[in-house]
Design a protein around this ligand. Sequence first.
Ligand SMILES: CC(C)(COP(=O)(O)OP(=O)(O)OC[C@H]1O[C@@H](n2cnc3c(N)ncnc32)[C@H](O)[C@@H]1OP(=O)(O)O)[C@@H](O)C(=O)NCCC(=O)NCCS
Length: 200
Amino acid sequence: MAVAIRQAQPGDIPELVEMINGFAARNLMLPRTPEAVMKTLPDWLVAVEREIEGAETILGCGSLVVLTPELAEVRSLAVHERGHGKGVGSLIVENLVALAKAREFSQVCALTLREEFFQRLGFEIVDRWSISPKLWQECIYCPKFHRCDEVAVMKHLTIRRPEEANPGKVVTANPLLKWQAWQPLKLAYSYKPIHLHEEE
Ligand SMILES: CC(C)(COP(=O)(O)OP(=O)(O)OC[C@H]1O[C@@H](n2cnc3c(N)ncnc32)[C@H](O)[C@@H]1OP(=O)(O)O)[C@@H](O)C(=O)NCCC(=O)NCCS
């Protein structure tokens, strides 16, 4: 299977919403409306299977949400059941983490029922209050707020700026630069297609 990661397009929205809301109906994630996805479309990645004629099949999606100038969240991660267990979800998370780095966030978090999946990708389990902006911005509107069974996970990012005079010096995110980086046009950040499990 040749899987590529690309930025979401408006034409993807019906399929993404159907997939997400199918899992939401089983209490695995929160539902999304087409309008909400449209508003944040530059922050969504999709995984697609590319066929020889150039046709694509959507396999999964995920989005990166700003919580604070330092902290971004991996949200609405979903992979079609037909694609489970083939590394597609991991690939989406890795690309969202790369996007967070490119936008100079210093931490990425998620609230998940699949904490082991995130741990395998370098996230650690943290106290839910470590991601309190998420709780105040979204979770308080969730009917499960007082009986939430999701686990908070966090990954710390280090950013090396090429213009650093000392190439060995690791610098953390600069929030002043970050808001510029957040402009949609900056999303020209390019995703190199990554091929998984290519058939011989
Ligand atoms: C959670 C979810 C996104 C994972 O997607 P996925 O594509 O199945 O993820 P991966 O294939 O990368 O990893 C899943 C498992 O397959 C294993 N795996 C990864 N690559 C593999 C490969 N090439 N061959 C076999 N197994 C593989 C991983 O070790 C992982 O194991 P784990 O489940 O014990 O962690 C997907 O199950 C999903 O959409 N679930 C429903 C929606 C949901 O719960 N969303 C919220 C997530 S916070």
